[in-house]
Design a binder for this molecule. Structure first.
Ligand code: NI
Ligand code: MN
Length: 226
């Protein structure tokens, strides 16, 4: 699986020649100013929740690419009013198999309101299954005991977790989350973008290493094979 980082909590994963783009927030991220929004590929766009720092560029990318947007029911309805009609509504606990992969929506402990203040439904994390492999993206969340269920549902190749603290898990809780879901390889997201979530990257990598977990912090625009 090829992972590409677009800054904050936005990344894409290529599986079966299909590009899954998660939580598109690029045009509002000063750190991602070198990323060309027009060049971002997507066959599917997955939204963990409705906050602007996860959906800001969804409408533009969905309309340009025709990608199918997978999201909570409430975000699906909101997107439909914006003319984004290729959507697939889901909710926590639900699983659906698309042509190239399967998605399971799992609990995230966070909040979710749309940019205009309307209700965004439940925030979610995702387990993605493809080619007998799987990974977990927690979305914005606190550490929860529910994460202990993840390893019953999937034998993860890697997990993508927020590490920036303040709005989500910080480094120490993300390490516990990695242990709960049984992931030995973690990609850290949702850090450094704003003043509230600046972290010491070396300290983060070393802290994970002390628990025998590899923390990967790709540069914005970098692709890695996982
Ligand atoms: Ni959020
Ligand atoms: Mn966020």
């Amino acid at each position: 699986m090829k992972f590409t980082f677009y800054g904050h909590a936005c990344f894409s994963i290529e599986v079966n020649h299909t590009t899954l783009l998660f939580d598109p927030f690029i045009s509002g991220n000063e750190l991602a100013k070198d990323i060309q929004l027009e060049e971002i590929k997507a066959d599917y766009i997955l939204l963990s929740h409705a906050h602007a720092d996860h959906i800001l560029d969804c409408e533009a990318i969905a309309l340009r690419t025709g990608a199918k947007v997978i999201c909570a029911w409430e975000i699906h309805e909101w997107l439909n009013t914006k003319g984004v009609t290729n959507t697939h509504p889901m909710n926590t606990g639900g699983k659906w198999t698309f042509d190239e992969f399967t998605v399971k929506c799992v609990v995230a402990q966070h909040s979710s309101s749309l940019p205009d203040g309307s209700y965004g439904g439940n925030p979610m994390g995702f387990i993605i299954y493809a080619n007998k492999e799987s990974f977990y993206y927690s979305g914005d969340t606190a550490l929860t005991l529910d994460m202990q269920l993840i390893s019953r549902w999937a034998n993860l190749k890697f997990a993508i977790l927020p590490i920036g603290d303040n709005f989500t898990m910080g480094i120490d809780d993300a390490i516990m989350a990695a242990e709960f879901v049984d992931a030995k390889k973690v990609i850290g997201v949702h850090y450094d973008t704003f003043g509230y979530i600046k972290i010491d990257s070396n300290l983060a990598i070393d802290s994970f290493k002390e628990h025998d977990i590899e923390l990967i912090l790709p540069s914005i625009g970098e692709s890695i094979e996982l």
